[in-house]
Design a protein around this ligand. Structure first.
Ligand SMILES: Nc1ncnc2c1ncn2[C@@H]1O[C@H](COP(=O)(O)OP(=O)(O)OP(=O)(O)O)[C@@H](O)[C@H]1O
Ligand SMILES: O=C(O)[C@H](O)COP(=O)(O)O
Length: 400
């Protein structure tokens, strides 16, 4: 992998120069307290890059997405609270630009002083960021690139997206890989090329269709693939079970059925689930057989028998990759499955990788010892696609 790095850029000298940094500040918010960041791990992870540039006297323009707004401003997804947190973490002010591009953002960029940090508003408030149309993405990238002299990508969590700020801007400015991207790629390369066997992958979370392609690619490489979280219900449905009001992607049921047929027993599904009357911490809930979820209930965690089943599969592994919580761990009644699986992973005599914004947040918010994991990745989809062997647009753009 030949790419220029942040150290190269610092060596070239950045004092007084404008550096555009793509970060992944897509942090989780407290479900019960809107506007309150529940885990700032992703912001902390990019701090070394921001501090190095700030202290070298650069004018640092940070850009990120937050959530999945639909290409237009949506106050629910403003990065303003993230700017406030970033300032606390940096111990210096962060200027917030109310727009991502346009005259006001340009003016804010123009007024930046040496050693100051600015955060642009959510990239995804602009349709050009995620557009599939090269010209539309390129036009947005032109506007972003016009802000700066150099581009640093340290958004490992977003390198799998062919988005303007990840892919197209790199083609328009001298580009450098940040330390976080370099470290993540180094660890994941090792796991993807030579995982010590037995290799167990644990998948959960809510982005079902995003992760099905990964299952297909990983199946030939793994000894066991444990599926929990919101993902498991589409598989349970594929086995012919009713899943009540649980998260379900109907159009993916046949894909899941094919995967189960190919897997030859290597895909392990929950045998019991915690089923609640509604998506709330106060909802009535019981443990039910995974094959008997009542029509008016939704599964919000794997049950105790499943946690034990998953923990025993994990116990003998030499390599474990875990992405996606086993349940809605943010709500206390539905956190036990995630906790049990995470604890089992900390005990293996081997190397473990946790990937994903929410999985990493779960490790921290459940008070688990971060140092007991081999590597905690800031990328969920990104780490999965890396393991899948895909070319990641953000990494490829830096290599050019
Ligand atoms: N049974 C379930 N029903 C609904 N949501 C669930 C369920 N189990 C887990 N979740 C939710 O899944 C979310 C995390 O899913 P996600 O796929 O985003 O994982 P991730 O680790 O953050 O990966 P990425 O970084 O790719 O986003 C959590 O907010 C959790 O509450
Ligand atoms: O949460 C993530 O995995 C990254 O921030 C990318 O977000 P996305 O899946 O909405 O592109």
């Amino acid at each position: 992998m030949i790419m220029k790095t942040l150290d190269d850029l610092l060596g070239e000298g950045v004092s007084g120069r404008r550096v555009l940094v793509r970060a992944d500040l897509n942090v989780p918010f407290d479900k019960a307290n809107p506007g309150v960041i529940s885990d700032d791990g992703r912001a902390r992870a990019v701090l070394p890059t921001l501090i190095a540039l700030r202290d070298a006297g650069a004018r640092v323009i940070v850009m990120s997405h937050l959530g999945r707004p639909k290409g237009a401003p949506d106050p629910k997804f403003t990065l303003r609270p993230v700017a406030t947190r970033l300032a606390e973490l940096l111990g210096s002010s962060v200027v917030f630009a109310e727009d991502t591009v346009g005259p006001e953002a340009a003016q804010t960029v123009e007024s930046l002083q040496d050693g100051q940090v600015l955060l642009l508003e959510n990239l995804r408030f602009n349709a050009g960021e995620t557009s599939k149309d090269d010209a539309e993405r390129g036009a947005f990238a032109d506007q972003l690139a016009a802000f700066a002299d150099f581009y640093v990508d340290d958004a490992f969590g977003a390198v799998h997206r062919k988005h303007a700020s990840v892919f197209d801007v790199a083609a328009r400015l001298p580009h450098y890989a940040g330390g976080l991207v370099l470290k993540e790629v180094e660890v994941l390369k090792k796991v993807s090329e030579s995982p010590e066997q037995p290799y167990v992958v644990v998948l959960g979370g809510s982005k079902v269709s995003d992760k099905l392609a990964v299952i297909q690619a990983l199946l030939p490489k793994v000894d066991k693939l444990l599926v929990g979280g919101g993902m498991c219900f589409t598989f349970l449905k594929a086995q012919g079970h009713e899943v009540g009001k649980s998260l379900l992607e109907d159009e993916m049921v046949s894909v899941c059925a094919d995967l189960l047929a190919q897997a030859d027993g290597r895909i392990v599904l929950p045998v019991d689930v915690v089923a609640a009357t509604e998506f709330s911490a106060d909802a009535a809930h019981d443990v039910v057989e995974a094959s008997e979820i009542p029509a008016d209930r939704l599964g919000l965690d794997i049950g105790p028998q499943s946690t034990e089943l998953f923990a025993s599969a994990i116990a003998g592994a030499k390599t474990v990759f875990w992405n996606g919580p086993m349940g809605v761990f943010e709500l206390a009644p539905f956190a036990a499955g995630t906790r049990g699986v995470a604890e089992a992973i900390t005990k293996i005599d081997g190397f473990s990788v946790v990937g994903g914004g929410d999985s990493a947040a779960a490790v921290r918010t459940l008070g688990l010892d971060e140092s007991a994991f081999g590597h905690i990745s800031t990328g969920g989809g990104a780490s999965l696609e890396y393991l899948e062997g895909k070319t990641l647009p953000g990494v490829a753009a830096l290599e050019k």
